[in-house]
Design a protein around this ligand. Structure first.
Ligand code: SAH
Length: 445
């Protein structure tokens, strides 16, 4: 049974945990608290939570990173939501039949991301890389202990660490849905020590980390910049739908988003991990595909992240003074005038719109269209144009959903209101989406 998403909404109750797990009970202090400065206690907590909440058994070496479970679970929840709202069939929500393939770069001794992801979602598969021999050995063992060898595979990778994405190894997979990574955070031994000194107690994830796990030249921003660079290579950008990385510093979020923008990436998501967190962590995900996540997933941050670092909204809503039936007709009529594909399902009060070529609604676009039609009549290369169209990703796919809006006083005649929700599902250009929403609002209001 998968654990509920909010399993760490409240602090873990150590007393209850101790009653169920004698090994954990031995680590509790007389005041029923845990000594977070003791690596063995922290390891025991991780093992116990993995077992109680996910039915996962792991063994961890003393000299490697001990992953805090709530934090790692938050990352898994984020990628679940991200994939659930960007599936190529535009289905919204968890599809238990969808086979997802993940790739975890630097899986560590625990292999915690692949284990959690596969345990929570029975159809998912994971590939993983790890350059540290000792961690690799433990990861293999942990995968086997949980009988997940058929669903999680360690790939060989360049052990110098020069390459983050093992592109050659990925060639036999048509598509990877998500890449996850938890980069080494620190630039140097000094910055690592300094960070733990400045905290009131050591972050429980860092107390047992080996240098290869914790330190990378240039810190996490340099690691993620390398990942962004590798993600732009055509073999990676067309094979892997989402790239993502956890970040340990708020300042890294802005840096990573700016780097993505410089590379002209328009489709990204920023989130902050909240549930059960003692230390703040963020995650940025980006894609070169056009499937766009909902605003709730792509812009879910606390007050720390500045608005300017968030992607543009993909959900726009407004109320129209009209009853549902009138609005259904009006919307159908207006969209029917456009050169777009449009399918409305009355039972769901929702329709899907696809514009292959982009803006066909503005006055300018309509003038251009008339001009082109005249030109076309003189030429005979229609066929060629159609073929080209087929290869291209549509410029805009949106779902329009109508629902009864809350009306303050329903006794007043003519006070019916309908809510229009437009969701940007696919397309690289958010200005195009906004322009469409603006046009529709003017036409049907
Ligand atoms: N994913 C684990 C471990 C994260 S620590 C967790 O979240 O707990 C970072 C890991 O990345 C370390 O195990 C380190 O050995 C590994 N690593 C560093 N550079 C790498 C590279 N280029 N390719 C693969 N793994 C790498």
């Amino acid at each position: 049974m998968p654990a509920p998403d909010d399993v760490y909404k409240h602090d873990v109750d150590f007393t209850t945990l101790a009653l169920q797990y004698p090994d954990f009970a031995k680590k509790l202090k007389s005041n029923r608290q845990l000594d977070f400065s003791d690596p063995e206690s922290v390891r025991q907590l991780t093992k116990t939570l993995l077992h109680r909440d996910f039915d996962i058994a792991i063994d961890l070496p003393e000299d490697r990173l001990c992953p805090p479970v709530p934090n790692r679970f938050n990352y898994i929840l984020f990628i679940q939501r991200l994939l659930d709202c960007t599936s190529p069939d535009f289905r919204d929500g968890y599809n238990p039949d969808r086979q997802v393939i993940g790739l975890d770069v630097g899986t560590g001794a625990s292999a915690i991301y692949p284990l959690l992801a596969c345990q929570q979602r029975p159809k998912w598969l994971f590939l993983a890389t790890e350059i540290d021999d000792k961690s690799r050995m433990y990861a293999e063992k942990n995968i086997a202990t949980n009988m997940l060898q058929s669903r999680i595979r360690l790939l060989s990778t360049d052990i110098t660490g020069a390459e983050l994405i093992p592109s050659k190894q990925l060639e036999r997979f048509d598509r990877i849905d998500i890449l996850t990574t938890n980069p080494p955070f620190y630039e140097s031994q000094e910055s690592m020590l300094e960070s733990s000194r400045s905290k009131s107690r050591p972050a429980n994830s860092s107390c047992t980390g080996a240098p290869v796990e914790m330190i990378t030249p240039g810190g996490e921003v340099s690691f993620v910049s390398r990942l962004i660079d590798e993600s732009t290579l055509s073999t990676n950008r067309t094979r892997i739908q989402w790239f993502s990385a956890m970040l340990g510093k708020l300042s890294s979020v802005g840096f990573v988003v700016e780097t993505l923008r410089q590379k002209r990436c328009t489709n990204f998501a920023v989130t902050e991990f909240i549930q059960g967190q003692k230390t703040r962590r963020w995650c940025v995900a980006w894609s070169w595909f056009g499937f766009r996540p909902s605003s709730a997933v792509a812009r879910s941050v606390g007050s720390g992240v500045e608005k300017k670092f968030l992607p543009p909204p993909t959900d726009i809503e407004f109320d129209v003074h009209a009853d549902m039936a009138t609005l259904e007709i009006r919307t159908g009529e207006e969209i029917g005038k456009l050169d777009v594909l449009w399918k409305y399902v009355p039972a769901r009060r929702a329709g899907m719109l696809m514009s292959k070529g982009g803006d066909v609604w503005s006055r300018k676009a309509r003038r251009r269209r008339v001009h082109q039609d005249h030109e076309m009549a003189d030429r005979d290369d229609d066929h060629e144009k159609d073929e080209k169209d087929e290869e291209q990703e549509p410029a805009l796919v949106a779902r329009i959903t109508l629902s009864a809006a809350v009306v303050v006083d329903s006794r007043v005649a003519g006070s019916a209101k309908t809510n229009v929700h437009i969701r940007h599902l696919q397309g690289q250009d958010s200005v195009l989406f906004e322009s469409f929403c603006g046009w529709l609002k003017r036409k049907i209001s």
